[in-house]
Design a protein around this ligand. Structure first.
Ligand code: F6R
Length: 629
């Protein structure tokens, strides 16, 4: 996720761009850049690695860059490490086209090869440079105008993008194209603004246009035109923004946590799209009874993990902290069940101070959102020193863990602001499932057909989460009713136990209610003595083979006075005979159940925190990135 700003008008552009980018820094913050065109049509591009303030210092708060038409970008690296060269804006030779982009171009490698065949060279590792040069290619080859060149590019690229360009031959104008990535346009009497999000331009105008999917825009001083893919002009309604600036930054949500809960479908979609591909298999041209099949598969080639590497793995150790550790717990069940490889899950803070016996052929998987967690980083270093191969599942590009691991699988959650993780946790789960499926396929424990079916089901998870989110008011009501409780227990078995661990952490870290997750069968070994009249016990019941077992543990605590909530899948209505409150989630492959069941639990933690009047996004005593042990 990156932030885009553009300006055309009578004022100096650079300070406006920097100010706008500062409002979008929450979208990405590993590097930034601006491109400004002066009255003679010359363009100045300035970029800097690091936070936006480095760019601001480099340009004397924008005063050193002359010109009144410009575009700017704050980056959250996806393709290529965070560096000045990979920072946007990117440009074609001689700066004929200069552009910034937010999103991912899935077929950029293929397009890059095409452009190389046509004599283009590349200075960066980014998909954006490819995109900008593709626009340049069509613009020159067909001698078409900017709108037609953009339309041709849009037809050719796959993925998501908000693209904003300046063309040398059109010095007073900015052009934009959009698919699946947000972008809005603001206008005043003499100026036009473009941005990824409303806060960037709220200081200047509250009158905005929402540019539609697969549409383009042309901005000049105080004027904006919109076009569809055919190049025909389309009419748009001006919308007045009524939020205050702070609310706008959170996209209209009251807290970043709620915004990030709603970003989970996208985080999952993007993480799946980063490694799932399709290929044609089988088929006999002479036999209509045997048609070719298009099958999905997992492609780890960009991660560098080859099928040969995977075939050599005979044991897995997963090391992580907190919620990342909880995704490892889910992974343990999924990998062992699908691929038949023994998996051990370790807390990084324990692992690093223990004598580790590392068998040959062990793959160590470290999981971290920030990529900077001190204990996880140290566990990675120890594993490497013991000769193990290491795979990092990391969200922040270029972070220490990403730099030091042998292989890196980036989760595509985008920047996470709220201290309590939600969308990064969900993206980590997906990365774990994909690893499990690839391990299983390479080792022959699942067929190509089964892999295709599982990947197809995985792609339905975002839509199912959207369904769950539609019913969030029910959880809000329940949280309001229970906001004064002292204790809560989460019980479940197998994957349900791992889900309970995360649900319990979400509850305690932001609502400060004491809660514990227990393997349901462990209760009677001591904990059950804590149950008294009205104690909230949440039974997790997504695994059909364990449903009855957990239910009998729930009935045991109910008979000792507990108030029972069940979290299960649609269809398991018999649970209502015992549970006093039930939340149903859609059915899915049970290996993926955590992805759905965690959402009501995140909402429960969130609403409890809100109803207790707490600081949801910044809970006491906690930091987003734990860089000390
Ligand atoms: C809980 C939470 C933490 C992190 C843990 C690891 O909501 O966010 O438990 O999961 O501190 O952090 P990363 O993933 O950055 O290594």
């Amino acid at each position: 996720m990156c932030g885009i700003v553009g300006y055309v008008g009578p004022e100096a552009a650079a300070p406006i761009l920097l100010e706008g980018l500062a409002k979008l820094e929450y979208r990405g913050y590993d590097s930034a850049g601006i491109a400004v065109r002066d009255g003679e049509g010359d363009v100045t591009i300035v970029k800097a690695k690091g936070r936006l303030k480095v760019l601001a210092e480099k340009t004397d708060e924008g005063r050193a860059v002359r010109g009144n038409v410009g575009i700017g970008h704050t980056r959250w690296a996806t393709h290529g490490e965070p560096s000045e060269i990979n920072a946007h804006p990117h440009h074609s030779d001689a700066n004929d086209v200069v552009g910034v982009h937010n999103g991912i171009i899935e077929n950029y490698q293929e397009l890059k090869e095409k452009l190389i065949r046509h004599g283009y060279t590349f200075y960066s590792q980014t998909d954006t440079e490819v995109l900008v040069k593709l626009v340049d290619y069509y613009y020159k080859k067909y001698k078409m105008g900017p709108i037609d060149a953009l339309a041709k590019t849009m037809v050719r690229v796959r993925g998501s993008y908000a693209l904003v360009c300046m063309f040398k031959d059109f010095p007073g104008e900015i052009f934009a194209a959009r698919k699946d990535s947000p972008m809005i346009i603001g206008v005043t009497d003499g100026a036009a603004y473009i941005a990824s999000d409303v806060p960037a331009i709220l200081k200047y105008t509250r009158n905005v246009y929402y540019i539609g999917n697969l549409e383009m825009a042309r901005l000049s001083e105080g004027k904006t035109e919109f076009y569809n893919l055919d190049g025909d002009q389309v009419k748009k309604e001006l919308v007045e923004i009524k939020w205050d600036a702070e609310a706008a930054e959170k996209g209209g949500f009251e807290h970043f946590m709620m915004k990030e809960i709603h970003e989970q479908p996208k985080a999952i979609r993007d993480t799946i799209a980063s490694v799932v591909r399709e290929r044609t298999e089988g088929g006999d041209a002479s036999d209509p009874e045997k048609p070719e099949k298009i099958r999905k598969y997992v492609d780890f080639s960009e991660i560098g993990l080859t099928p040969e590497d995977i075939a050599g793995v005979n044991g897995i150790v997963i090391v992580a902290c907190g919620s990342a550790y909880h995704t490892g717990m889910v992974a343990q069940y999924v990998i062992e069940d699908l691929a038949g490889i023994p998996v051990r899950v370790e807390l990084a803070s324990e692992f690093r101070y223990r004598k580790i016996l590392m068998a040959p052929g062990t793959l160590v998987v470290v999981i971290s959102q920030s990529g900077e967690t001190a204990d996880t980083l140290e566990a990675l270093r120890i594993s490497k020193s013991l000769g193990a191969k290491t795979l990092a599942i990391v969200n922040v590009v270029g972070s220490s863990i990403a730099r030091e691991a042998d292989y890196v699988f980036y989760t595509m959650a985008g920047p996470e602001i709220s201290v309590a993780t939600t969308k990064a946790y969900s993206a980590q789960l997906i990365a774990n499932y994909l690893l499990a499926i690839e391990l299983a396929y390479v080792r022959g424990t699942i067929s190509a057909e089964k892999m295709d079916a599982m990947l197809t089901e995985m792609q339905t998870l975002p839509g199912k989460i959207e369904e769950i989110l539609k019913d969030k008011e029910r959880i809000q009501w329940f949280a309001a009713k229970f906001s004064n409780i002292q204790d809560a227990f989460f019980i479940g078995r197998g994957i349900d136990y791992a889900i309970g661990l995360e649900g319990s952490l979400k509850m305690k870290e932001i609502s400060y209610i004491h809660s514990e997750a227990y393997a349901a069968g462990e209760l009677k070994h001591g904990t059950i003595s804590l149950i008294e009249s009205g104690t909230l016990v949440i039974g997790l019941q997504t695994q059909s083979s364990l449903f009855e077992k957990t239910l009998s543990n729930m009935v045991e605590v109910k008979s000792r006075g507990a108030y029972l909530m069940s979290l299960t899948t649609f269809g398991n209505y018999s649970v209502e005979d015992a549970a006093q409150f039930t939340v149903y989630v859609p059915k899915t492959d049970e290996h993926f159940a955590a992805s759905l069941a965690v959402v009501p639990l995140q909402l429960l933690g969130y609403y409890l925190s809100v109803s207790r009047g707490l600081d949801v996004d910044n809970p006491r005593n906690l930091a987003k990135s734990v860089t000390v042990e």
